[in-house]
Design a protein around this ligand. Structure first.
Ligand SMILES: [Zn+2]
Length: 132
């Protein structure tokens, strides 16, 4: 079990290291909000700007700027002190492919019930596993 957990952690860290190096802060913030949303029952996330700054490795004013951009696109519906309401579909449209890559890798490593909830794609790009 520890080995499985370690593999899952390493898979995430590898992807996130690449993401940090390659992708703009806006996409990375969308990714973290999606990851938090995976662990939450509704669209209201409890996360402070300080925590976001730490997760993203940027200064707090940068978080404020990027959050304002995401609000303009509707990916963030509202943000008050420590509470962010998100629009999952718009976050998915904003983030880089790393979110899907992490979800995919976790779903292969972790037993299904422990894997994060798979996003419900609205664009019809779902894999049904069949090859015709
Ligand atoms: Zn990325």
């Amino acid at each position: 079990m520890v080995q499985t957990f370690t593999r899952a952690l390493v898979a995430q860290l590898q992807q996130i290291a690449a993401c940090n190096a390659l992708h703009p802060v806006e996409q990375r913030m969308a990714l973290w909000l999606l990851r938090l949303h995976d662990e939450t029952e509704d669209d209201v996330l409890r996360v402070t700007q300080d925590a976001m700054a730490e997760l993203l490795g940027v200064r707090r004013p940068t978080v404020t700027q990027v959050a304002a951009k995401l609000k303009d696109t509707g990916a963030i519906r509202s943000a008050r002190r420590g509470v962010v309401e998100v629009d999952r579909g718009r976050l998915e449209a904003t983030t880089c492919h790393c979110y899907q890559a992490i979800s995919f890798r976790l779903s292969r490593i972790l037993p299904r019930e422990e894997a994060p909830r798979r996003p419900h794609r609205r664009d019809g790009a779902e894999h049904d596993g069949s090859h015709t």
